[in-house]
Structure formats: C-alpha cells, structure tokens
Design a protein around this ligand. Structure first.
Ligand code: ZN
Length: 202
C-alpha cells in the first residue's frame, strides 16, 4: 500500500512553512483529515493497520484516541478490529476521559492517532487510561513522522520519541520530513512566518 501516494492524491501532504503542535517548524504538513474525508479510504487504511496488529497477535479490547486528531483513524481502526472505541479529550489542557466512558481494570487498550510525531498526545491519553486502571498494550497511527520506531521499519527511534520502547507501535508508513526548532528554522531565516495548519483555510 503506497500511503504517501494516497496522501498526495488527497492533497493531504501540504508544502509551506508550518508550526507543528510540538512547537517545531516544518516545510511539510500532513493533513490526515483530508485523506479520511473519504470513508472508503479511511476503511482501506484502517484494515491494513488492523492486519498488522492481528499478525502481531496483539490482544486489543478497546481502541482509544486522543481527540481531535485521532478520532477518525481510531474509529476506523476499531471498526476493522471489531472492538470497542473510546476517546480522550483535553479539558483545561489536561487529557481526560469524559462523556460517560469508563475502562475496566486490566482492559487492554490500544492508543490510536492519525500521525505519531513524538507521541506526546498519545502518551497523555495512555497516562490517563493507566491512571484509571486499564492496560495500554500498544500504539497505532496511519503514519509515523520518523521519530519513533514502528514495527517493520528500520528507521531508528530518536531520543525525542515519547512512546515507550517496550510496547509495539504500528503504522503504515514513515513520513520522515525534516523539522526545525524555531531558532534554527531555515524558512524563518528566509523571512516567512510559520502558520498553524488549519488556521488559514488549510
Ligand atoms: Zn520556521
């Protein structure tokens, strides 16, 4: 499956000067929502991800996504895995489980994002799930930005990956674009301003 082509075809791989949620800048941005606006594509991607997870023999009771980015990918993955689906959301900056969602002691939960960059939001969701007594058994995303090591890829784990190295991380592709700290950003040096994706019609 050529995930990069799927993103390109859906205009979901943007070129410009972007401020990422991590605070870093990049010349590229992945707008997964554009890929997932076609439910058939979402289903296709989720089924490929679910096949990887089944091949690994990972037992998953529930998929949990951090809102908003992970919602559609997580729902599609839970559908493909035929399991329960819940999500966490930020309230006053804190990742929390709301809306009457509950988890059981020892329930096996897979955290699913659209894209894993350093895994910050995924880890906040995982911390909340574990605080409530369930077990986080792994992580999944449609694509990996190249900081964490996914199952089946030789791209090594980088020091700023926040995902634990003792739990599997499943993704369909590596999108290993360069990112820069604002101080070292060559696009800033050229005088342009980094924009937050989604804030100006993208
Ligand atoms: Zn910049």
């Amino acid at each position: 499956m050529d995930v990069k082509k799927i993103y390109m075809d859906a205009d979901a791989l943007l070129e410009g000067h972007f401020l990422l949620s991590s605070g870093n800048h990049s010349g590229y941005y992945l707008q997964s929502a554009k890929v997932l606006e076609d439910p058939k594509t979402a289903k296709l991607l989720a089924e490929a991800l679910a096949a990887q997870i089944r091949d690994y023999d990972l037992v998953v009771d529930t998929v949990c996504s951090p809102a908003i980015g992970g919602l559609i990918a997580g729902f599609a993955l839970a559908t493909a895995l035929d399991c329960r689906y819940i999500f966490t959301e930020r309230v006053g900056g804190e990742m929390t489980l709301r809306r009457g969602f509950e988890v059981k002691e020892g329930e096996k939960i897979l955290i699913c994002e659209d894209i894993i960059t350093t895994g910050g939001s995924a880890m906040e969701a995982a911390a909340e799930i574990e605080r409530l007594g369930a077990e986080v058994v792994g992580f999944a995303a449609l694509a990996n930005r190249g900081f964490c090591r996914r199952i089946g890829s030789d791209i090594p784990r980088k020091p700023n990956c926040k995902l634990p190295d003792d739990k599997p991380f499943f993704a369909l592709a590596d999108f290993d674009f360069e990112m820069y700290s604002p101080e070292a950003c060559p696009l800033c040096a050229e005088g342009s301003e980094a924009i937050k994706p989604g804030s100006r019609g993208n």
